[in-house]
Ligand binder design. Structure first.
Ligand SMILES: NC(=O)c1ccc[n+]([C@@H]2O[C@H](COP(=O)([O-])OP(=O)(O)OC[C@H]3O[C@@H](n4cnc5c(N)ncnc54)[C@H](O)[C@@H]3O)[C@@H](O)[C@H]2O)c1
Length: 440
């Protein structure tokens, strides 16, 4: 089948590469010329396990093309995916300018029937706006007679596992108002839907809300556990024991109940906010969502407060080693990463940071540039040199079993601030460390 994907970021690139891998002919369109040049030269603009190889295989087989040529993109695919960003607007609601710009481009260039598939995470009612924008542009061209359908097909992939999630999805949500489109999408997704039918067809508005509901639920679990961790600390309980105690209840389960220093990334923060704003616009104050957001904002400051308290409120001239910069392991994504709140608070308090991350060094440099109070190190070991303490912000596997003797020898003082509860408090205390973690 012929497919066009607008947006070559985490979602668009994975979608395009996976659909091409199933034998489809895919054209990926992006407005960022440097991204397209990089993709055409065999590189990829993001770190996602397995993606580079998948892109290269399918590009060299001629099934996957990259272009900035919008007219070519629109002419190519029966299926026109919208996978562009929906960042928060100033008031926290989803900014639809990129989505609607793609809708405008499709209306501008289409000259036959198209199925427009919205994969970006968008508020309820966006499909109607996309339909209206395409219709307006077609009318301005005198082509009101051209037919098209708009489908909501939210994406549930996780960065770090994106290819697996796309190739073997838990569910494929398809929101349409036309049964024929549902069947066409069923055929399109058949290669990813073989063991049993995971396609869930529903109306468009429900599909749009399903994506927000999923992310809001996951964010709620995290904020709930962080709230509990803060309570555990104050009442003398150990959140890790509590976690195991509640996870054993199958109605609760062990997934996604890890305490830490807050959720980040390109999805949870903006999606919880956008849903909360959407509710507000419809005269419903979404109290749970407001609390989830507030708890998360506070949680991102917890590690800094522990560091500050440890040094009696005076961080001037202190050097803090930091392991982990990406918002979670197996990605280079730094959007809304808790490490950023920590570093920025440390700098404001007069401290300097030496940092290492297995994948996000380039991204960190892109965001912060060269600055005197940040040294980007080449290894976890290098971070420790002359540091007054070590902080851990991301639970990369690499940080799980470090050489504690070495850490103790190299750090100026043997202090660890663990934002992800990676280590055993008793073990570290016995080894002579002062050890701070979350909720224990
Ligand atoms: N990243 C995730 O894990 C994830 C998961 C599920 C859903 N989503 C949702 O998918 C959407 C895309 O997210 P992302 O992380 O891939 O974003 P991204 O920022 O990585 O990529 C978006 C891309 O769209 C391009 N773009 C912008 N305007 C364009 C236009 N008019 N035509 C063509 N390309 C254009 C940008 O240049 C950029 O390359 C968002 O709505 C997001 O909420 C993201």
């Amino acid at each position: 089948m012929k497919i066009t994907v607008f947006g070559s970021g985490y979602v668009g690139l994975v979608t395009g590469a996976c659909l091409a891998d199933a034998g489809n002919e895919v054209v990926c369109v992006d407005i960022d010329q440097s991204k397209i040049d990089l993709l055409n030269s065999g590189g990829i603009p993001i770190y996602e396990p397995g993606l580079e190889q998948l892109v290269q295989n399918n590009a060299s087989a001629g099934r996957l093309q990259f272009t900035t040529d919008v007219a070519h993109g629109v002419a190519h695919g029966l299926f026109q995916y919208i996978a562009v960003g929906t960042p928060p607007d100033e008031d926290g609601s989803a900014d639809l300018q990129y989505v609607l710009a793609v809708a405008g481009s499709i209306g501008e260039h289409m000259d036959e029937y198209k199925i427009i598939i919205d994969k970006s995470t968008v508020p309820v009612g966006t499909a109607d706006k996309v339909r209206a924008r395409v219709g307006e542009v077609l009318a301005a061209r005198g082509h009101e007679d051209l037919q098209f359908d708009v489908v909501s097909n939210p994406e549930f992939l996780k960065e770090g596992d994106a290819i697996d999630d796309f190739m073997k999805p838990d569910r494929i949500v398809v929101g349409t108002d036309n049964p024929r489109t549902t069947e066409l999408l069923r055929a399109l997704y058949a290669p990813f839907n073989r063991s049993h039918d995971r396609l869930i067809a529903m109306d468009i508005r429900s599909a749009e809300l399903t994506k927000y509901a999923a992310n809001a639920m996951l964010a709620t679990k995290i904020s709930f556990m962080n709230e509990l961790a803060n309570i555990a600390e104050r009442v003398g309980a150990d959140i890790e024991q509590v976690r195991i105690g509640i996870g054993s209840d199958p109605r609760i389960g062990y997934h996604f109940i890890y305490p830490g220093i807050g959720y980040g990334g390109s999805c949870f923060p903006k999606d919880v906010q956008a849903l909360e704003r959407s509710a507000g616009e419809n005269d419903y104050p979404a109290a749970i969502l407001q609390a989830v957001e507030a708890v998360n904002r506070r949680q991102k400051e917890v590690l800094f407060r522990k560091i500050k308290d440890h040094f009696n409120g005076d961080l001037q001239g202190k050097l803090i080693g930091l392991w982990g910069l990406s918002f979670k392991p197996n990605t280079d994504d730094m959007r809304e990463a808790p490490s950023r709140v920590l570093m920025e608070s440390l700098w404001e308090a007069g401290a300097r940071v030496r940092a290492f991350d297995p994948q996000a060094m380039q991204e960190t440099h892109r965001i912060y540039g060269d600055r005197e109070d940040l040294v980007l190190c080449e290894s976890p070991d290098e971070v420790l040199e002359n540091a007054d303490a070590l902080a851990v912000a991301t639970e990369w596997k690499l940080f799980r079993s470090p050489d504690f003797d070495r850490i103790k020898t190299v750090l100026n003082t043997p202090v660890i601030f663990d934002g992800r509860n990676l280590y055993d408090p008793d073990f570290l205390r016995r080894r002579g460390f002062t050890y701070y973690s979350i909720g224990r």
